[in-house]
Design a protein around this ligand. Structure first.
Ligand SMILES: [Zn+2]
Length: 230
């Protein structure tokens, strides 16, 4: 019989797709675009706050009147609650990225629930706002990650094509790649922090943000938070 192995391979392939593709619907619905092909994009920042990069990014957003969504890591929020408060006070969306930043696709439901709850509590404790959106570390999920997020009142978010700013390719390359993948409805993934090193260097991304905002506007697109677009 070759049918069983073939089905097995298909099943394994589907599971791998659900686990590793951030926008895959196999393990529950994920927001991978915003709006109805309106001329808006969502700038999203993961893994912060970070004491060097986040204030520079907030300054750039404020001076240009642009809003963004921050997927805050609970561990870093506990260390820099003032930055979380500033993100919220300045009208950006505070979103949950969990607490420990471990990949969740092989973790038990109990582990996932605790991680998402601790992340939520760190954000609420810092700024009083409850996150309405969750993004899994690296986008890796299992059958229960999206359902657990939903039970906490959080919709799971993916992203569009990658920019890979974490590889530190340089300010101009980060700006150029981000602008290239920005289409109506795009969710753009950048990083204001490092998911592992609380003091990790994200200054290239921070310095690219003014260029990104100006050039995306030149292309006729405006910025919306996930909350504004939902
Ligand atoms: Zn992350």
């Amino acid at each position: 019989m070759i049918v069983a192995p073939a089905l097995g391979a298909l099943f394994a392939g589907a599971l791998a797709h659900g686990a590793f593709y951030p926008n895959s619907p196999i393990f529950g619905r994920v927001i991978s675009k915003i709006g109805d092909d309106e001329a808006v994009v969502a700038l999203t920042f993961d893994d912060g706050p970070n004491p060097e990069a986040t204030p520079v990014i907030l300054d750039a957003l404020a001076s240009r009147g642009a809003k963004a969504s921050f997927f805050i890591l609970g561990r870093h929020a506990q260390r820099w609650p003032d930055l979380v408060r500033r993100i919220s006070d300045e009208g950006h969306a505070v979103c949950n990225h969990g607490f420990y930043h471990r990949k969740l696709h092989f973790k038990s439901p109990g582990y996932v629930r605790t991680d998402l709850q601790l992340g939520t509590e760190a954000i609420v404790g810092a700024c009083g706002a409850r996150p309405a959106f969750f993004r899994a570390p690296h986008g890796f999920r299992s059958p229960w990650v999206t359902a657990i997020a939903r039970s906490l009142g959080q919709r799971t978010v993916g992203w569009g094509r990658g920019v890979w700013d974490t590889a530190l390719p340089g300010v101009e390359v980060i700006a150029e790649r981000t602008v290239r993948v920005a289409k109506p409805g795009s969710i753009l993934l950048l990083h204001d922090g490092d998911g592992y090193d609380p003091l990790g260097d994200r200054t290239q991304t921070a310095r690219a943000v003014p260029l990104i905002i100006d050039r995306i506007r030149d292309a006729g697109l405006e910025f919306a938070t996930l909350e504004m677009a939902a």
